[in-house]
Each structure stands twice: as C-alpha cells, then as structure tokens.
Design a protein around this ligand. Sequence first.
Ligand SMILES: Nc1ncnc2c1ncn2[C@@H]1O[C@H](COP(=O)(O)OP(=O)(O)OP(=O)(O)O)[C@@H](O)[C@H]1O
Ligand SMILES: [Mg+2]
Length: 230
Amino acid sequence: MSQGYFVVGTDTGVGKTTVAVALINALCQRGLRVVGMKPVAAGGEMVNGVWRNEDVAALATASNTEADFRLVNPYAFALPIAPHIAAKQTGVVIDIPTIRSAYDVLSRTADVVVVESVGGFCVPLGRDIDTADLAVALGLPVMMVVGMRLGCLSHALLTAEAIERRGLVWAGWVANVLDPAMPALNENIAALQERLGAECLGIMPNIRPHSAHPECSWLVPDAFPQLVNK
Ligand SMILES: Nc1ncnc2c1ncn2[C@@H]1O[C@H](COP(=O)(O)OP(=O)(O)OP(=O)(O)O)[C@@H](O)[C@H]1O
Ligand SMILES: [Mg+2]
C-alpha cells in the first residue's frame, strides 16, 4: 500500500523543500518509487505553456516516478503571495477534494508520495479553508520542519499545538540548520526535544553551497518503515 508524508514548516522559507528532497532521495535510494507533490505553489513563470515553480521543479528532479504536472501541482500561481489572495486575483477557487483526487492518483503510481505544504501550517487557501484542512483531508502523517533560527521555539511549539489540535498523526519533526553559526543551536534543539511530543526525525545539517541532492544520512531511519532494513 502506498504511503504519504505531509511536510509542513514553522514558517515560509524554513526548509520544507530542502527536507522533502532529502527524504525523497533517501526513499529513492531504497529502491522505492517516489513522487513529490506540491499541491499549491505561489511564484513562478510560464514555460512552454506550463507553470514552472522552483519547489515543483526541485521535487520533480528528486522524484524517480514520472507524473503529470497537473497532479503534482494542481494549483500554481504566478505571484509569490498568499495563495488565497493569488487565487482570488486570478478567479480561481482552491478545492481540497481536487487536491485529494490528485493525491489518490499519484499514490497509485508510487510507493511513497511526499507532499510539501505551502508557507506555514495555517496558511489560508480560501475564505473558509487553510492548509491545516488540507492536511486533515489528506490524512497523512505530518513531518514538521523547524527552521533553526531565533524565534523558532515559539513557532515550533505553536505549530505542534495546531497539528495536534487538528487530530493529525505525527511522522515527527526535523531540526533544519539554516545557520550553522546560530548562537545556542544545540540548546535550542534540546529545548524542542524536551517539549515536542513527537519524534525528532533528524537534524539536517547546513548544506552550503545549495545542493539539488542534499545528503540524507541524517534522517533517523527507524522513524520510517520504508527505510528500516528488512
Ligand atoms: N539545511 C540547509 N542548508 C543550507 N541552506 C538551506 C537549508 N535548508 C534550507 N536552506 C535554504 O533556505 C532557503 C529556503 O529553503 P526551502 O526553499 O527549502 O524552504 P521552504 O520552507 O520550502 O520555503 P517555501 O515556504 O518558499 O516553500 C533556500 O534558499 C534553501 O536553499
Ligand atoms: Mg518550498
């Protein structure tokens, strides 16, 4: 049976794509058929009649399973602004059942679907819906990426509270080292390990220069049934 993960962040720009790509790499290395999905993407340009968005491209490059871009990225907007505003400006209504249907199709062609959310955890997608509703509709274990920077403790604890309040299942959380020179980095990670009721799936090191194939050995393999040696 196919498995999926829903990758959320404590904010925009905290490393959701970077961590999702690392997870996809790890799963591909185990010989699994893997596809990345970015249901809602804001910011991009039209190339040969197709919207090109950096996240969608990064996930597609890492994936080893061909998939129709309309399934991988059902909603694409040109402007890098809040999706519900971009949708309103372009007369689009983001429909969660449409995203769920696309996910279902992808899950039939891959062993694992890694879904990257948009922005932080409660980004509005429309008048009455947000990304938390999308997480609930997909019903996938949630992987929370914490961008390690000043302010991340409160962001991480608030996001975790919201994830749990929505009754979602944890895959766990990742400490993403955005700045290796962050003062008290280890103490901050320890503070989260003590307080979060979810498993730490690993500490993603800083990867400068940026790599399209980030190292994935930092992922705790025991946390992923697909990565455990049989
Ligand atoms: N571990 C890391 N080491 C070095 N750079 C990183 C790391 N993680 C993320 N970055 C850099 O930080 C920036 C934001 O990362 P990324 O695009 O993965 O975040 P995101 O949460 O997916 O952002 P968005 O909300 O736009 O989808 C990128 O320039 C990325 O290369
Ligand atoms: Mg991203």
